[in-house]
Design a protein around this ligand. Structure first.
Ligand SMILES: *Cc1c(COP(=O)(O)O)cnc(C)c1O
Length: 457
C-alpha cells in the first residue's frame, strides 16, 4: 500500500525554537528594515525559505563526526575520510577542499579564465558567472529553449542545447574555450534537472573538440534522482551508480557542500589533470589554506564525509523531491502561477502573472515577497527586476521574469510547516488584486538586492 502522506524519513533529535509573531509586529519589522527581506533578523522569520544553502539540519551521525574531527594542520584523518567520501562518488584523481563553492570557482577561473576566453554552460549560477567575469572571461548560457519557458513541462529543462554548443565552439574557436560547464541541477533555471543523455551529448562534444568538461555539481543527488524517476531505462538503478556515471563523463567539478552534501559550510574542486591541479593547489594555499583542509576545520570535513553517504539514500531523495513538489503542486492547484515542473530544491512563484497590475519597475516580486512575510512570516527571495534590473551603465530594465523563490532547507521543516506555508499563500492569493508596488529609496552601485531600501507606493 502506497500512502499519500510524505513522512519525513527522520525523527527530530534536537530542536531550535521558532518565535511566533503577529501580522502587526511583522509589518513593523519589515518597515524598519526598508522592506528588504535580507535585512530582517532571522528570529523575526517564522518559516525561512530564503535559501537552501547551508541552512539544512545535520544528522546525529554528522554531529558525532564533528566531535570526531581531527584538527591536525596537515594530513588529518578527517581529510582522508572526506577525500574518500568524495572519490567514492566522484572518482577524480585530485580533490581540493575549499570553504565554499565560490572559492573553488575563484581558483579554477583564476587558473583557466582570463581575457578573450569564453565559457559556455547550460546556465551559470550567479557566483560562477561573477568569478568568470572577474577573470575577464565571458560566461555564456546555452540552455534549451524550454528551459527559458516557465510553463513548458519538459522533464529535463536544465539540458544544454547541443546544436547551439557545437555551433558556439565552431564560431568561437577551441583555443578560446578553456572549459565547458554544466550546472546540475540548473539552479538559476529553477532547479531543473539535466538528463543523462544530455550529459553524454555534452561529454561527446567536449571529447571531439578536446575541451575539458566540468560539472557545477551542487545538487548532483537531486539531479540523479530525477534521472532515475524520469529517464527511460534508469528506473531500476541505484543513484550512486548514476552519480558515478555522470562523474565519469566529466573531467572535473566545482562543488558547494552547503547543498547536497548536507553541510552548513564547505566546498571542493576536483579534477583529473595533474598540471592544472598543481596550479590550483598553489592558488589554494594562497587564499584558502593547506591542501588537506582548504578553508575548513577537520570537523567540517568529517561531517561532510557523513553527509555524502546520507544524501544518496533513496528514502531521503524520494522525500526531498516529493516534498518540494508537494508545496509547488498545492500552490499551482489553488491558482498561484509557479514554474513547472517543480524543481528539486525550490518552488518559484511567477509574480508577473500573479500581480499583472504591478509594472516591472514597481517590483511585483518584491511586493509578493513582502506580503508573504507580512501575512505569515515567510521569507522568500525576489528573483526579478530588483535582482537583475539595474545595468552597469545605471539604467533600469525589466528582468525577463519576475519570480519569488521559496527554497526548501534540507531536513529542516515538516509537512505541517509546509501546510502552513500553503495556507499563507492562499491568503496572499486573495489579497493579490489589492497589492501595490514599491519604489527603491536607496541602493548600492551593484548587487542591490542585498541592501537596497524600498517604500510602498
Ligand atoms: C550555491 C551555488 C554555488 C556557490 O556555492 P557557495 O557555497 O554559495 O559559494 C555555485 N553553483 C551553484 C549551482 C550553486 O547553487
Amino acid at each position: 500500500m502506497e500512502f499519500k502522506t510524505i513522512i519525513e524519513p527522520f525523527k527530530i533529535h534536537s530542536v531550535a525554537p521558532i518565535a511566533m509573531t503577529t501580522e502587526a509586529q511583522r509589518e513593523k519589522f519589515i518597515a524598519e528594515v526598508g522592506y528588504n527581506l535580507f535585512s530582517l533578523e532571522s528570529d523575526n522569520v517564522l518559516i525561512d525559505l530564503l535559501t537552501d544553502s547551508g541552512t539544512g539540519a545535520m544528522s546525529r551521525n554528522q554531529w558525532a563526526a564533528i566531535q570526531h574531527g581531527d584538527e591536525s594542520y596537515a594530513g588529518s584523518p578527517s581529510w582522508l575520510l572526506f577525500k574518500a567520501a568524495v572519490q567514492n562518488l566522484f572518482p577524480y584523481k585530485h580533490v581540493i577542499p575549499t570553504h565554499q563553492g565560490r572559492a573553488a570557482e575563484k581558483i579554477l577561473f583564476t587558473a583557466i579564465g582570463g581575457e578573450g576566453k569564453l565559457i559556455p554552460s547550460n546556465t551559470h549560477f550567479d557566483t560562477t558567472r561573477a568569478n568568470i567575469e572577474y577573470s575577464k572571461a565571458e560566461a555564456v548560457d546555452l540552455v534549451i529553449a524550454e528551459g527559458r519557458d516557465p510553463s513548458s513541462l519538459h522533464p529535463f529543462k536544465g539540458n544544454m542545447d547541443l546544436v547551439a554548443l557545437e555551433k558556439f565552439i565552431n564560431e568561437t574557436g577551441v583555443e578560446n574555450i578553456p572549459v565547458v560547464m554544466m550546472t546540475i541541477t540548473n539552479n538559476s533555471g529553477g532547479g531543473q534537472p539535466v538528463s543523462l543523455e544530455n550529459l553524454k551529448g555534452v561529454s561527446a562534444i567536449c571529447k571531439k573538440y578536446k575541451i575539458p568538461f566540468f560539472l557545477d555539481a551542487c545538487r548532483f543527488a537531486e539531479n540523479a534522482w530525477f534521472i532515475r524517476e524520469r529517464e527511460a531505462g534508469q528506473g531500476d538503478r541505484d543513484v550512486v551508480d548514476i552519480i558515478r556515471e555522470i562523474a565519469g563523463l566529466a573531467d572535473g567539478m566545482t562543488m558547494s557542500a552547503k547543498k547536497d552534501p548536507l553541510g552548513n559550510i564547505g566546498g571542493w574542486l576536483a579534477l583529473n589533470d595533474d598540471d592544472l591541479a598543481g596550479i590550483c593547489r598553489n592558488l589554494l594555499i594562497l587564499t584558502e589554506g593547506f591542501p588537506t583542509y582548504g578553508g575548513l576545520a577537520g570537523r567540517d570535513l568529517e561531517a561532510l564525509a557523513v553527509g555524502l553517504t546520507e544524501v544518496v539514500s533513496h528514502d531521503y531523495l524520494k522525500y526531498r523531491i516529493q516534498s518540494t513538489a508537494y508545496l509547488g503542486n498545492a500552490l499551482s492547484k489553488m491558482g498561484i502561477p509557479v514554474v513547472l515542473p517543480i524543481g528539486g530544491h525550490a518552488v518559484y512563484i511567477d509574480a508577473k502573472a500573479l500581480l499583472p497590475h504591478i509594472p516591472a519597475l514597481q517590483y511585483p516580486g518584491q511586493a509578493l515577497a513582502v506580503e508573504l512575510y507580512k501575512v505569515g512570516g515567510i521569507r522568500g527571495c525576489e528573483i526579478g527586476t530588483v535582482m537583475f534590473g539595474r545595468k552597469p551603465d545605471g539604467t533600469e530594465v525589466p528582468a525577463a521574469m519576475e519570480l519569488v523563490r521559496l527554497a526548501i532547507p534540507r531536513r529542516t521543516y515538516t509537512q505541517s510547516h509546509i501546510d502552513y506555508v500553503i495556507e499563507v499563500c492562499a491568503e496572499v492569493l486573495k489579497r493579490a488584486p489589492k497589492l501595490g508596488g514599491y519604489k527603491i529609496t536607496q541602493e548600492p552601485p551593484a548587487l542591490r538586492h542585498f541592501t537596497a531600501a524600498f517604500a510602498p507606493l
